[in-house]
Design a protein around this ligand. Structure first.
Ligand code: ADP
Length: 488
């Protein structure tokens, strides 16, 4: 038997899956929740030591199951942008990890000079925001003593979660292009740390990892005496793109989790967006770099959680499907999921969620349906923008993530987009992507094989009644306009 382990270090949990290379399926998995702390409103921190400890626990569980002798490689996928600082001599974190959701540097980013904002966008493909790593790193240097002290001793390592795990597993200090492309310090055209941005954010290059393609070998881990290559690394959304085998230009995936992340493969063309999308490295393998346009919606599945925990309209997330189906439409009710502002393509941090069109006849079923529909409309907003900007027509949307279990949502998604929404048999696309990248890196699979791997479990075909869904979407656009007005 030959297995690779896909290590998926997400925000809320760390998972390790054992992937059978010949059979092409997952055979075993282990999962551990990871804590988060919120020391002030809008601040989010994690303990990278805990992430490492739990990753080891999950890895060891898989090793015990399969036997170290049968494991040929470890692939890594991870929450992106989160900043870890550690001491090279001990491997121990020297301060809390600042998590991607943390807003402590919002004001700094908003007040960046206009010219600098343009330069950042041009060089990194990102819209300057506290979401990305650069301002978080600067915050640590400006507010803590340890980073400068350890830097002076020549022992400081700064990285994202992937590079921390790689370091602990192998002793090598490296990251991959997809993760580097989310730091706001990496030039996505030259594929190198950008000297001017490093200077601007006062980040010492010597403390940054070496950036390598996603299908590189990142070093060797010791699994019970056996040296196993850590090969195949990508940020979680990019790993899902690979896991969905969306490898050609014009192919796209949408992950419906807490948030909704759409990645649209633009091939080797690095398309820059004027409409609020991010340009990012999709994956780098086989000596080529594939770029992607990304649209991030901060609240998707979290709106369903709000229905359950916030207003108590449902008791389980899956109940939303049956309730939505119990009415023919929302009766003119629209929901705009702007709990923490609106992300792509609007980027309005001040917007808040809105329920519109409510009448005396509105029932909880209408509201629940409006919430599910809002998830599909958010994806449509981004998909339209992506098609406009890339000039490529979307043929199908490959869906994954927790909320894609909802058949009503998937059908409505296809209807509103006017193209099929396809759900894969293997829904853990992120881990699968890490496993595929590992197989590519080790030569166990070629990119061509990968394209044939994906199997649809269900393909939701769009309704023929385009006019109906266009008019429904026009109503959503009006509701968004209301949520965006006035600007505070
Ligand atoms: P994450 O990786 O962001 O934690 P998951 O991919 O595990 O998210 O998906 C969990 C999200 O999906 C939750 O926000 C939950 O409300 C939503 N969800 C799960 N099942 C359903 C369902 N049947 N219908 C609608 N939403 C669902």
């Amino acid at each position: 038997m030959k297995y690779v382990i896909a290590l998926d270090a997400g925000t809320t949990s760390v998972r390790a899956y054992l992937y059978d290379v010949e059979g092409g399926v997952f055979v075993h998995g282990a999962q551990q929740e990871v804590g988060q702390s919120f020391p002030r409103p809008g601040w989010v921190e994690q303990d990278a030591g805990e992430i490492w400890f739990k990753a080891m626990y999950c890895l060891n569980n898989c090793v015990r199951y399969a036997g170290a002798e049968n494991i040929v490689g470890i692939g890594v996928a991870n929450q992106r942008e989160t900043v870890v600082m550690w001491d090279r001599t001990t491997g121990e974190p020297i301060c809390p990890a600042i998590v991607w959701q943390c807003r402590r540097t919002s004001e700094f980013c908003e007040n960046l000079p206009g010219e600098m904002k343009q330069e950042i966008a041009r060089r990194t493909g990102l819209l300057p925001d506290a979401y990305f790593s650069a301002s978080k790193i600067k915050w640590n240097f400006d507010n803590l003593e340890e980073p400068t002290r350890i830097l002076r001793a020549g022992n400081l390592c700064i990285g994202t979660v992937d590079s921390y795990l790689i370091f602990r597993l192998t002793g090598k200090f490296a990251t991959d292009y997809t993760n580097a492309s989310r730091t706001m310090l990496f030039n996505i055209h030259s594929l190198a740390w950008d000297e001017e941005l490093l200077h601007f954010f006062s980040v010492p290059k010597a403390a940054l990892p070496e950036a390598l393609p996603s299908d590189a070998c990142f070093g060797y881990a010791d699994l019970g005496g056996k040296k196993v290559p850590v090969a195949g690394v990508a940020g979680d959304q990019q790993a899902a793109l690979v896991g969905q085998a969306a490898l050609g230009a014009g192919e796209a995936k949408a992950t419906y989790g807490t948030g909704l992340f759409l990645l649209f493969n633009t091939g080797e063309a690095c398309v820059s967006s004027a409409g609020g999308l991010l340009t990012t490295v999709g994956y780098a393998a086989g000596g080529k770099v594939h770029y992607a346009l990304e649209g991030s919606v901060f609240n998707a599945g979290s709106s369903v959680q709000w229905l359950r925990d916030g207003v108590g309209l449902i008791t389980t997330a899956s109940e939303s499907e049956q309730l939505a189906r119990s009415v023919e439409d929302t009766g003119g009710v629209y929901f705009v999921p702007a709990f923490t502002g609106l992300g792509a393509p609007h980027w309005r941090a001040d917007a808040r969620a809105l329920l519109s069109g409510v009448t005396r006849g509105t029932t909880r079923a209408h509201i629940v349906r409006a919430v599910l529909e809002s998830i599909a409309y958010s994806a449509k907003e981004i998909a339209d923008c992506m098609q406009r900007e890339s000039g490529v027509t979307l043929k199908e949307l490959r869906c994954d993530g927790g909320a894609c279990a909802n058949d009503f949502l998937m059908q409505f998604q296809a209807d509103v987009l006017g193209v099929p929404a396809s759900r894969p048999r293997e829904r853990e696309s992120t881990a699968l992507g890490a496993a595929y990248l590992c197989c590519l890196a080790l030569g166990l699979m070629g990119e061509k094989d990968l394209a044939t791997k994906r199997e649809a479990e269900k393909r939701f075909l769009p309704s023929e009644d385009r006019a109906r869904f266009q008019s429904l979407y026009a109503g959503y656009e009006q509701a968004v306009a209301r949520a965006l007005y006035p600007k505070s």
